[in-house]
Structures are given as C-alpha cells and as structure tokens.
Design a protein around this ligand. Structure first.
Ligand code: FDA
Length: 310
C-alpha cells in the first residue's frame, strides 16, 4: 500500500511541486544524490574510486516532453563523458531513454542515443540504458538492439527487472546475443498481469535468472551481468554461484546505489569482487528520491520525523 502510494507520488506533478519546496526534502535527497553539479559528482566518484569502487554516473532526469530538453540532456552527457576522460576517473554513464525524448518519438530518442554512443566510443566509455516502467520495455530493448546490432556499438548495455514475468525469456535471448546486462528487482508500480505482486516471487526469479545468465556453457563470451541489489540474500546467492562455478571476474560485477549499504559495498570490494556504484547527480532528483523512499518505508518515517521537527 505505502509502496504504491509513494510510487504514485513519484510521478505526480502536484506532489513534486509541494515536496521539492521543502528544505528538509532536499536535504534528505542528498543521502541518495551526490550533488547538483558535475564537480560534486566528480568528487564523489574520486572518493569511491579511492575505496576500490567503479562508478556509473547518472545525470538525473526523465520524462522530458520537449526536444529542447532532450537536446540539453544529450549535451550534458557529452560534457560528462569529456569530464570523465579529462579528470581520469573510473566511471561509465547511465541514462534513461525518456530523458532523451522517448515520449516524443522513438526516432528522436534513437538519434540522440547514437550521438551519445559515438561520443562515448571516442572516449572509450560505456553507456547503460536504465529500464523504466513496463510501458517502455519493448521500446527500450528495440532501441538497445538497433544500437548494438544494426549500428554496431559494443559500448552499450541495458537493464532487466526481475519482477517482470517476461524477464526470464528476455534474458535468455540477451545472453545468447552477448549482452552487457544489469539485473535489478525493478522499481516501478506494475500491474499483476505484468509483474510478480509478491516480493518472495520477485526474489526467487532474481536468483533463477541470475544463475541462468551466469551459467557456464552456451553464453556468448561477451555476456556480462551486473548484479544490482542491496539484498544480502541475493548477494549471497550470487556469491555461492560464482564460487561454485568458478565464474571469472570478466563476466560479472556487483552494483549498488550511492548512499545505500556502504559497508556491504566495501565488504564485497575487500573480498575482491568488482563493485560499481550508481552515482546520480543534478537538480531533477524528485522521482529518483521518491522511488528510494518507496523501497524502504523506514526511510519515509525518518523523513516524516525530520519534517515535523523542522
Ligand atoms: P530490497 O528492496 O529487497 O532491499 C534489500 C535491502 O537493501 C533492504 O532491506 C535495505 O537494507 C536495503 N535497501 C534497499 N533499498 C533501500 C533504500 N532505498 N534505502 C535504504 N536501504 C535500502 N530499477 C529499475 O527499475 N530500473 C533500473 O534501471 C534500475 N537501476 C538500478 C541500478 C542499480 C545499481 C541498483 C542497485 C538498483 C537499480 N534499480 C533499478 C532499483 C532496483 O530495481 C530496486 O528497486 C532497488 O535496488 C531495491 O531493491 P534491492 O534489490 O536492493 O532489494
């Protein structure tokens, strides 16, 4: 119930107008967001790199409705790729297709992605296309495949969400294609005819598809899985599988979000596993922040408490 309400609010303009107005909300969002500027994102990246973590930088933004805003996001990603190269930090980039105009037109979005990937290729960098709600899954996979197979970019990956029924089949196909995939549970409000309503089923599916993707045997050698979760049960299942089947480090990495379970991040690094932190920055933090509240009600109580104490 609470999760559904928070996910509804994450997309409601009226709620955004009210909540972003409060200093306390902006301050709490800072737990999950590295800052508003590129300089702050670079500083956070340097700190994480020094601890042995890789980073993927996300310039916050989604659901743009004008070509000018999509163009502005493309230019921001050019600047991020240039900055990563200039500052010599260990970071790739992550982005959302609705930030690049997917709600306006698929062709516009594809053209924008192509320009970003050309720039990333020049800079020897890699781009992960985040996955949004299931209304976008087909279009996201179609754009990903056009970029990868028609335009020949090998520096692009995307995300699969374990809560969707379709994901087992999608992952089997992507594995055969040698895709670079981030597997997560899924963060949006989905209807029961598309996604497992029960957390236990989502968790079981996560473990199943993770094992299948990382099985030895028929995968294309390029198939790579980023195991994106903070859940100790998921992480332990992955560690057992990696150890039991001697999965080499070139085939997997762990990923976690900035500001969540930092000690667990460091522990996996200590154990010698590749670990990448997703570091969002920018001013459009509202929907991202609300999805983080929805994932963990304890965050919400902390927020309400701080709100009433001023
Ligand atoms: P789960 O929600 O079961 O949490 C396990 C434990 O982790 C909790 O008990 C708590 O200790 C901790 N935890 C989890 N979330 C927390 C929070 N917000 N605050 C504090 N503690 C928290 N989703 C999507 O739909 N599309 C995408 O592209 C991505 N991309 C992405 C990248 C990366 C690197 C990560 C780690 C996650 C995503 N996600 C995502 C989000 C993902 O789908 C999911 O909503 C969250 O990771 C929470 O699920 P967990 O697997 O962590 O498990």
């Amino acid at each position: 119930m609470l999760r559904s309400l928070l996910l509804y609010l994450s997309g409601a303009r009226w709620a955004k107008a009210i909540i972003t107005h409060f200093f306390i909300a902006r301050r709490m969002a800072r737990r999950f967001v590295a800052g508003e500027t590129m300089a702050e994102a670079v500083a956070a990246t340097r700190k994480l790199n020094a601890q042995g973590a890789l980073v993927t930088l996300d310039y916050l933004g989604e659901s743009v409705v004008s070509e000018a805003d999509a163009q502005q996001a493309v230019e921001q990603y050019f600047a991020i790729l240039d900055t990563i190269a200039r500052e010599d930090i260990q970071a790739t980039v992550s982005l959302k297709l609705t930030q690049l105009g997917l709600d306006i037109s698929e062709d516009l979005c594809l053209a924008n992605m192509r320009r970003i990937l050309e720039k990333a290729r020049e800079r020897h960098n890699h781009v992960t296309i985040d996955m949004e709600s299931s209304d976008y899954t087909d279009r996201t996979l179609r754009i990903y495949r056009t970029l990868r197979h028609e335009y020949g970019f090998d520096n692009v990956g995307t995300v699969i969400q374990a809560y969707l029924y379709r994901s087992e089949k999608d992952l089997a196909e992507l594995r055969a294609e040698g895709a670079f995939i981030r597997l997560c549970k899924g963060a949006y409000k989905e209807p029961p005819d598309r996604a497992f309503p029960k957390k236990a089923d989502v968790d079981a599916n996560f473990v199943n598809v993770m094992r299948a993707y990382l099985a030895n045997g028929t995968a294309s050698p390029e198939a790579h899985l980023a195991i994106a979760t903070h859940d100790p049960k998921m992480i332990n299942a992955a560690l057992e599988h990696i150890q039991a089947h001697s999965i080499p480090k070139e085939r997997y990495e762990f990923q976690m979000l900035y500001g969540i379970r930092a000690e667990a991040q460091r522990e996996l690094i200590r154990q010698g596993h590749p670990m990448r932190i997703y570091v969002p920055f920018g001013t459009h933090w509202y929907p991202y922040f609300m999805r983080r509240l929805a994932e963990r009600p304890a965050n919400l109580w902390f927020f309400i408490n701080a709100f009433f104490r001023g």
